[in-house]
Design a protein around this ligand. Structure first.
Ligand code: ADP
Ligand code: MG
Length: 249
């Protein structure tokens, strides 16, 4: 059974009297414990797809299931419980600039529970150690590099021990070295914690490095989905061929 399932999902936005089909008839499954890539050019619907998983967007048609539950049918309290089990990180990090690294991670715990125990404070320090930031815990975002900021965001996303980490272009604002560090960290978290990682990217190189399976989007349609080996070395769609061209011998 898939941990995440899209059943014939379409999303249409209406903006100033015009409509935009961000996704059209997408069906796919993401298995527990895998690193799943979503790739496509700008505007192909990648962010919309990933935002549907934690109901930051709702489908115009079709259903999205997490753990066998149609998340469109959840009441507010149930939805917030599901959301605590879904971490998310973004290209622009989304850290609170007036809080230190440690306070940013603590804040995620405070949102999810009424009071904090000593064990919670210890957990935050453990998370900061896990992402390699023990020496930077008391720094503000402005005092951290891009790669370090994304590590804080990852620690914060893990604060409530999620099953799934959603990553929307997590390395697009980073230089090659910081990109490598963040990808290595995501692969390690997948391996050590069994975390299911969904990663949006426009770079096939990111997919090649850490994904098990990948979905290729083109103008809101699923052009292709399969293992990375299939999609990279034996693509059936022009979209996948175009994205992987520079990686072939
Ligand atoms: P990607 O992440 O692949 O660049 P998006 O999912 O952000 O693509 O967007 C897909 C399409 O939907 C684009 O044409 C975009 O302009 C449109 N879109 C996304 N969000 C909105 C919104 N809130 N209102 C109107 N149009 C939107
Ligand atoms: Mg996007």
């Amino acid at each position: 059974m898939s941990l995440i399932r899209f059943n014939d999902v379409s999303k249409r936005f209406a903006l100033k009297g015009r409509t935009q089909d961000a996704l059209s008839g997408v069906s796919l499954g993401i298995a527990r414990g895998e690193v799943f890539g979503i790739i496509g050019p700008s505007g192909s619907g990648k962010s919309t797809l990933v935002r549907l998983i934690n109901r930051l967007e709702t489908p115009t048609r079709g259903t999205v299931e997490v753990n066998g539950v149609d998340i469109g049918k959840l009441k507010a309290a149930q939805l917030s419980a599901v959301r605590h089990k879904l971490g998310m990180i973004f290209q622009a990090f989304g850290l609170l600039s007036s809080k230190t690294a440690r306070q940013n991670v603590l804040f995620a715990l405070k949102l999810a529970q009424k009071s904090l125990t000593d064990a919670d404070h210890q957990r935050v320090d453990d998370l900061l150690a896990r992402v390699g930031l023990s020496d930077h815990a008391d720094k503000y975002p402005s005092q951290l590099s891009g790669g370090q900021k994304q590590r804080v965001a990852i620690a914060r996303a893990l604060a409530n021990a999620p099953d799934i980490l959603l990553c929307d272009e997590p390395t697009s604002a980073l230089d090659p070295e910081a990109t490598q560090g963040v990808l290595d960290l995501l692969a390690e978290l997948n391996r050590d914690l069994g975390l299911t990682v969904v990663i949006v990217t426009h770079e096939m190189d990111v997919v090649r490095q850490i994904c098990d399976c990948v979905a290729v989007l083109e103008e809101g349609r699923l052009a292709e989905v399969g293992t990375v080996a299939q999609v990279l070395f034996d693509p059936v769609s022009d979209a996948a061929r175009a994205l992987g061209k520079h990686l072939l011998p």
